[in-house]
Design a protein around this ligand. Structure first.
Ligand SMILES: [Zn+2]
Length: 239
């Protein structure tokens, strides 16, 4: 080691020692455990679709979208919290987000969706997912699908990771993530987000699955794993 290099190493050593003496004292509030969890520091909003007077889609046996979206959202919340994330649900009960005095379902619905958007921004979410179910006149179609607004790569990455985990874990759909321009929440949110349509209430077999606790658990786990990959993996070129 030449003289100059020695001097630099010596100064660096003193500086490092200075930091060690000064800083460890203030770290008592943060445990090693909370730092080592994969979603520590992430704030996530989960939006269970519909609620209250707005039941959303309904199956032939009166199974309603609002009930299953909430059940799956709560299971998803629990996975995310165990991974260290700070998680907020836009609703935790059978209610919408309109003000008490607002009259008429269509007035309530537009107020409700604006308040969901405000909720995401107020909570300062890093990203969000909104959970819905489909119902269409044809009983034939089934399979979960994830949607995103094609404004930036983060939302696409989030939707791609979630859909990929749903495909791999549930082995009952080959649907691919889809860009959509018209959904208010995805379009207007200032942070990345995805909408997961977790299945069709209009398909009898899928409806029966969606009502089962174990299937809801698997669905929540798949969405969770997709969100985890969104945070921990870089997007691939071909996404
Ligand atoms: Zn819906």
């Amino acid at each position: 080691m030449n003289g100059m290099l020695k001097k630099v190493a010596w100064v660096a050593g003193i500086v490092a020692l200075g930091f060690l003496i000064q800083y460890p004292i203030n770290k008592t509030t943060t445990t090693w455990e909370s730092w080592s969890l994969p979603l520590s520091g992430q704030t996530i909003v989960i939006d269970p679709g519909h609620g209250g007077p707005d039941g959303g889609a309904v199956g032939k046996d009166d199974t309603s979208e609002k009930e299953i979206s909430l059940a799956v959202s709560k299971k998803l919340q629990s996975y995310l919290q165990q991974a260290g994330a700070l998680v907020y649900l836009t609703r935790e009960t059978d209610t919408d987000l309109a003000e008490d005095g607002t009259q008429g379902l269509s007035n309530r619905k537009s107020e409700d969706i604006r308040n969901r958007l405000n909720f995401i921004h107020e909570k300062d979410a890093d990203f969000f997912v909104t959970v819905h179910l489909n119902a269409i006149p044809s009983t034939r179609w089934r399979g979960a699908q994830t949607f995103y607004y094609p404004k930036e790569d983060h939302s696409r990455h989030l939707a791609t990771m979630i859909q990929s985990e749903i495909i791999d874990n549930l082995e009952n759909t080959t649907r691919t993530p889809l860009a959509i321009n018209t959904l208010y929440l995805l379009k207007n949110a200032e942070v990345p987000g995805a909408l997961v349509e977790i299945g069709f209430l209009s398909n009898e077999q899928e409806r029966e699955e969606l009502k089962q606790e174990s299937y809801q658990q698997q669905m929540a786990a798949s969405i969770y794993e997709g969100m985890l990959r969104y945070v921990t993996e870089e997007p691939e070129e071909e996404e």
